[in-house]
Design a protein around this ligand. Sequence first.
Ligand code: LLP
Length: 429
Amino acid sequence: MICDNITAAAGRLRFAGRDAGELARQYGTPLYLMDEGRLRQNCRVYRESMSAHFSRALPLYASKALSCRRVYEIVAEEGLGADVVSAGEIAMTKSAGFPMEKVFFHGSAKTDEEIAYAMDSGVGVFILDNPEELRAVERLAGERGLRQRVLLRLTPGIDPHTFEAVATGKVDSKFGQSIETGQAMAFTLSALDAPHIDLRGFHAHVGSQVFDSAVFYDTAGIMLRFMADVRAQTGYEAEMLNLGGGYGVRYVESDPHVDIAAEIASVAARVRSLCGELGLSEPMVLMEPGRSIVADAGMTLYTVQAVKTIPGYRRYVSIDGGMTDNPRYALYRSAYTVLAAEHMGEESDGVYTVAGRCCESGDMVQEEVALPPLKRGDILAVCTTGAYNHSMASCYNAVPRPPIVMIDGERDYVAVRRETAEDLLRREM
Ligand code: LLP
C-alpha cells in the first residue's frame, strides 16, 4: 500500500485501523476521513528533526493545504506555527486559540482590510511580497504605533521540476522579488528604511510536490549568499531564514518516498557549512510544509452511482463526488490511488475512468484505474486526499461539501459537518 495507515483484511479496506466501508455507511458519502495519529506524527517529524539539526528552528504548517479549526488546534498542540494567506485563515487560527505570535501571514495581494485585521489580531510576522504591500503595511503599522515584524519573500531563480502551477521560485513568478534582477536588494533597502517595519529576514518557496533534494539545498545556498550580500551592503544581518514548503508525497506506488528527517539533516548541514564559509551567524530556520503534513492523513470515500461502458471506447464509473471535493485531477491531472473498499484483493476485469457527478466532461478523479467489477452502491476510496482537497473544494452545481471525520484510534468524530442546501441558501438575500 502507498501508506502504512492503509491496509486490507478479508477483502475490506482499513484506514487508520478502521473499516472504511463501515465509516462510509455511518457518515454517508462523499466523506473526507482524517487520521489524527498520522497528522500528529507528520508534525512531530518536522518539529523533532528541525530542533535536532538547526540551532534555532520552527516548522510552520502551510494551512492552505487543509484549513479547518480542528487541524489548527492539533498543529498548535504539536508546537508548530502556521502559515496563513487570508483573513479567513486568520479568523480560523483565532477561533482555534492558535498562538498568534506563531502565525505568519503570506499572500501576494493582501488587502488593506486584511492587513489591518492581521495587525489587530496580533499576527506575529508578515511575509511581504512586493513594494506596494510594504508601503501599505508601513502606513497601517504607523497608524497603530507599532513596528510590524516582517520577512521579505524572494525568488531565488530555481526550477523545482514539478508541475507548472506550483513552480513558484523561478525568476518569472507572480510571487516575491527576484534576487537575479536586483529587485530583492531594492526591496530589502526599502524595508530597512521604513520606520514601522521590523525586518527579521527572508523567505523563499520554490515549489510544491518536489522530490529533488537539490532544490532545497540550492535554495538555502542562494538565500544565504543573498543574506551575506545584504550584510556587506548595509551591515544588516538577517536573523530568520524561511525555506518554504514543498516536499513531495506518495500518491501512487511509482512515487518515491521522501525521508523528511534525512532531508532536514542535509539542509541543516548545508546551512551550517555555508554560514561558516560566509561568516554569518546561523539564522533561525523556518520551513512551511503543507502537503507533507496532511496529505497521507486523508482519504475520501465515495459511493458508486453507475457503471457505463461505451463499447470500443471506455468504461466510466460515476461517483457521488468528484471535482467539487477534489479538483486536482481536473486541474493538474494529478495521480491518485483508487481502491474498491469492500472488494479488496479481487481481480480487476479491466480499467475504469472514475467520473465525478458534475455537469462537465472534465470532472474526473482518475483515468485508467484497474478495479474489480463494480456496481451501484459499492464504496470507492481515493487515497492521500488530506492536502488541497477540502481546502480547494467548491459547491459547483450547488453540490454541498463533504464533512471531515477524524479518526483517533477507536474514536471517530466530526470535525467539519456536511454542508447542506440551507448552508448554500444562507447567503441569499
Ligand atoms: N509556503 C508557501 C509560500 C506556499 O505557497 C506553499 C504552497 C507552501 C508553503 C506549502 O507547500 P507544500 O508543502 O504543501 O507543497 N493546489 C496545489 C498546491 C499549491 C501549493 C501552493 N503553495 C496542489 O493541489 O497540488
